[in-house]
Design a protein around this ligand. Structure first.
Ligand code: MCF
Ligand code: ZN
Length: 328
């Protein structure tokens, strides 16, 4: 079986960040929105570094205005993922970009996304679940409003709560109120850390937010006692190697710590993060890991089984996807 056809589980995908540039340009034309600075001359997303990436990401979301736009985005994203063998995916969503933290609007956006995701599941056999995600650099007060939206809409589709954005802006502890609210509402928890924040940010997220998964988390490798603690506690890392290389955290896949973390028995999974921004796909991630560390189909199967075990979904969905992975 080719690496492209291999059934895959992806746990870390930002919804707007998965929008193909052509999709965003098309909407911009329809709505006469000026997106100066968002694209390079060759049509790819333009960004210089991490902080600039965050601002380009937010500028691109300006064209996503209605629930219908998000329904169209759902199909565009899931078609691309299914084309690369993804059978189950979780995506970071935020009321900040869907109606602006207004509960009524959020419900409408969510309904449109969920309906289209159900249609895509019927058409392409790919399952989508949502992780509500406050944006760190928007601050803890806005995160509380986001957590309230999340707590009111938890269900079959919305199953997780996360935190993304600029790690330099605030510590995990600043967001503990929101995470407590989300946990009490029954949401499963993850937090971006150990990307730009260093190993201490991973410790803080585990201790102060009591998350079961970490988005990235790769800089835990700089503190081997922490690596042992992650392995012991069974904390799952949502590793996005192509994203880390594209944003300049590591020089190449061969310099990436994923293999070392795996050898030290940390539960690692592989995702794309914001695939068109970082010129990647799930197939490319697997091909690069194969080239750098000789990971083979058995390794990828083990990886995907670990990912579905850590997925924020109900047991029936987990069993169904696990059987699919085992049969491959
Ligand atoms: O994982 C990458 C890089 N690290 C941190 N944050 C983000 C990444 N991609 C998107 N984000 C953030 C960004 O602030 O997530 C938000 C964006 O606004 C969207 S989550 C619906
Ligand atoms: Zn991310």
């Amino acid at each position: 079986m080719s690496l492209k056809a291999l059934p895959k589980v992806e746990l870390h995908l930002h919804f707007e960040g998965a929008a193909p540039p052509s999709f965003i340009r098309g909407l911009a034309q329809e709505k006469s929105v000026n997106l100066t600075g968002v694209f390079n001359e060759d049509g790819s997303y333009a960004f210089r570094d991490f902080v600039h990436f965050l601002s380009v990401y937010e500028a691109a979301t300006e064209v996503l205005k209605t629930p219908q736009d998000f329904a169209r985005l759902t199909r565009a994203v899931l078609e691309e993922s299914a084309n690369h063998g993804v059978v189950y995916t979780e995506t970071f969503l935020s009321p900040d970009f869907c109606g602006g933290r207004d509960l009524g609007a959020w419900r409408e956006y969510l309904h449109a996304i969920q309906e289209e995701a159900a249609a895509c599941e019927r058409d392409m056999g790919i399952t989508l679940r949502g992780i509500v995600t406050p944006i760190r650099h928007f601050g803890p007060e806005k995160a509380k409003e986001t957590a309230l939206c999340a707590a009111e809409t938890v269900g079959d589709f919305l199953t997780g709560f996360g935190l993304a954005g600029d790690e330099a802006k605030g510590k995990p502890k600043d967001f503990d109120y929101s995470f407590d609210m989300a946990r009490e509402a029954g949401l499963r928890l993850t937090c971006h850390a150990g990307e730009w924040g260093g190993p201490q940010s991973v410790r803080d997220a585990v201790r102060d937010l009591r998350v079961e998964r970490i988005g990235h988390g790769v800089r835990a490798i700089e503190d081997l006692a922490l690596v042992d603690e992650l392995a012991e506690k069974g904390i799952v890392l949502e590793v996005c190697p192509g994203s880390n290389v594209a944003l300049g955290l590591y020089r190449s896949f061969r310099h990436h710590p994923i293999e070392e973390l795996r050898k030290r028995e940390v539960k690692v999974t592989v995702s794309t993060d914001d695939p068109p921004f970082f010129h990647t796909t799930m197939t490319r991630e697997y091909e690069m890991l194969n080239a750098a560390f000789e990971w083979n189909e058995d390794d990828f199967k083990t990886l995907n089984l670990a990912a579905i075990d850590a997925a924020f979904c109900d047991d029936a969905t987990r069993d169904r996807v696990r059987k699919l992975l085992e049969a491959a």
